[in-house]
Write a protein that binds this ligand. Structure first.
Ligand SMILES: Nc1nc2c(ncn2[C@@H]2O[C@H](COP(=O)(O)OP(=O)(O)OP(=O)(O)O)[C@@H](O)[C@H]2O)c(=O)[nH]1
Ligand SMILES: [Mg+2]
Length: 454
């Protein structure tokens, strides 16, 4: 059944100058609105026949004159993104052009779409389930190539298919238990061994879906790496090297970096924020410049606290001195890599530390490898078929709790009537993942994360 509602409109492409801008209209008045503003010719009103799914070239006109040359496509319900009649107008990507066309559609009866409303309608009209709708958000916002690819799998229904198969297996089990309860004279109770086997299988399947939870959360949230060390050890030089760009100022003056400079990197599919910080040193804050640097040093300490991984640097030529010892104490048991810098300036490199030079590139590849290995090992990242979000993970965890309870009941050979209550509860939790059971509150929470036009 198609979800009946007012006709909505929005700009679906980012606002800015670009090759193309797209305005999408969805609802039963879509075609009618297009016909009011479209013409095959720029100098006289001439309406074409809009054939569904075919691109039609023409012009958008308002009562005064020409707005732009466009391509319009009419998607007839239910064969559209939202499942309703949809019109997409591709115009030249100038901010004023897209805004003018949007305003025209509003003037002709469309209502401004809310955040995620196109995708919400697609879900409500059965064009996609809830986990697929959530995947739309992930595909759009993925910060790394790997996560974009994993999310595209969910968009295609990988998670939904897996959950649906599991749901059907649990439904069958439930049907067997309830048949025996409802018709005790005709249907035999399933054996407890049978129940135990089926429930254990279901729990294992939930564990498999949950196995990618940690890495998917990391791929969404990312993690922070801080470069920490005394002044002049070469933090900014390494920062620039890892980014492959001259992002931070490098000079031989101690105390060059004041503010925290941060940039994004993709390491093993995880979006990483790399932070270059002011060198840590004791200051008596006498001059104005000292005062500014002292603030920078406070920022460095905050970065050290926030970081998931610390790259601690010291100057190989000077060796580890008292101040370095203090910094090492501050790092404590936080995950870190100890790096000796300016390896090009000394002859005998120590074996117990990673020696690098940003001048000769000594040790840089090895450092990149160590960072990647630490991230992967510490976060126990494995390649997984499934990407899940926090909401889906909560549903899976709750389903697992209910099934574990059912398993306990089975092992204790409790009344099957009681066991069925837990099995049913697990099923309800799984239903929430794909959106079989849905409250307005959950829907609002999910689609509020979208932007307008999606
Ligand atoms: N020979 C040599 N010099 C280096 C190397 N790395 C950095 N330097 C020099 O060391 C000086 C300080 O480098 P920076 O990268 O600014 O050091 P920093 O740790 O960011 O310094 P602050 O911002 O003051 O804390 C500059 O003159 C760099 O050219 C290196 O690998 N070899
Ligand atoms: Mg610096």
């Amino acid at each position: 059944m198609v979800y009946q509602n007012k006709t909505i409109t929005a700009i679906t492409t980012p606002l800015g100058s670009g090759g193309v801008g797209v305005i999408r209209i969805s609802g039963e008045d879509s075609l009618c609105i297009l016909q009011k503003i479209f013409s095959k010719k720029p100098d006289q009103k001439l309406l074409p026949d809009f054939v569904p799914n075919m691109a039609t070239h023409g012009w958008i006109l308002d009562e005064v004159g020409l707005i732009d040359e466009v391509i319009a496509i009419y998607f007839k319900a239910p064969n559209s993104y939202t499942g309703e009649d949809v019109v997409e107008i591709s115009c030249h990507g100038g901010i004023n052009i897209v805004k003018n066309i949007l305003n025209l559609t509003l003037n002709h009866g469309a209502t401004m779409a809310e955040r995620g409303e196109f995708t919400k309608r697609a879900f409500l009209n059965g064009k996609m389930d809830l986990s697929q709708a959530e995947a739309v958000l992930d595909v759009i916002h993925a910060k790394t190539d790997k996560f974009a690819k994993v999310s595209a799998h969910n968009l295609s229904g990988t998670l939904s298919t897996y959950i649906n198969t599991l749901r059907h297996e649990i439904m069958e089990l439930l049907a067997k238990i309830t048949a025996a309860i409802d018709f005790p004279d005709d249907v035999a109770e399933p054996s407890y061994e049978f129940l135990e086997e089926k429930i254990t299988t279901a729990i294992n399947k939930i564990d498999k879906a949950l196995s990618g939870a940690k890495s998917s959360n990391l791929m969404r949230q990312g993690l922070k790496i801080a470069l920490i060390g005394q002044t002049n050890v070469g933090k900014s030089s390494l920062f620039n090297k890892l980014l492959n760009s001259q992002r931070a100022i490098v000079t031989s003056i101690a105390g060059t970096t004041r503010d925290v400079i941060q940039e994004s990197l993709d390491i093993a599919g995880i979006p990483v924020t790399l932070m270059d910080t002011a060198g840590l040193r004791e200051l008596c804050a006498q001059s104005e410049s000292d005062y500014i640097e002292a603030i920078g040093i406070d920022f460095s300490r905050k970065c050290l606290e926030d970081a998931d991984l610390v790259l601690f640097m010291y100057d190989l030529k000077k060796g580890i001195d008292k101040e370095d010892e203090e910094i090492i104490k501050e790092i404590g048991d936080k995950p870190h890599i100890k790096i000796g810098s300016k390896a090009d300036l000394i002859e005998d490199l120590p074996q117990d530390v990673l020696c690098i030079s940003t001048k000769t590139d000594t040790g840089i590849d090895e450092l990149k490898k160590q960072i990647e290995t630490m991230i992967i090992n510490q976060n126990k990242i494995e390649d997984n078929e499934f990407s899940t979000n926090i909401r889906q993970q909560e549903c899976l965890e709750n389903a697992k709790i209910a099934l574990n309870h059912a398993l306990l009941g089975t092992q204790r050979e409790e009344l099957q009537d009681l066991i069925s209550i837990d099995v049913k509860s697990a099923l309800l939790n799984l239903n929430e993942i794909t959106g079989e059971v849905m409250t307005d509150e959950i829907l609002t929470h999910i689609f509020d994360q979208f932007c307008i036009g999606k």
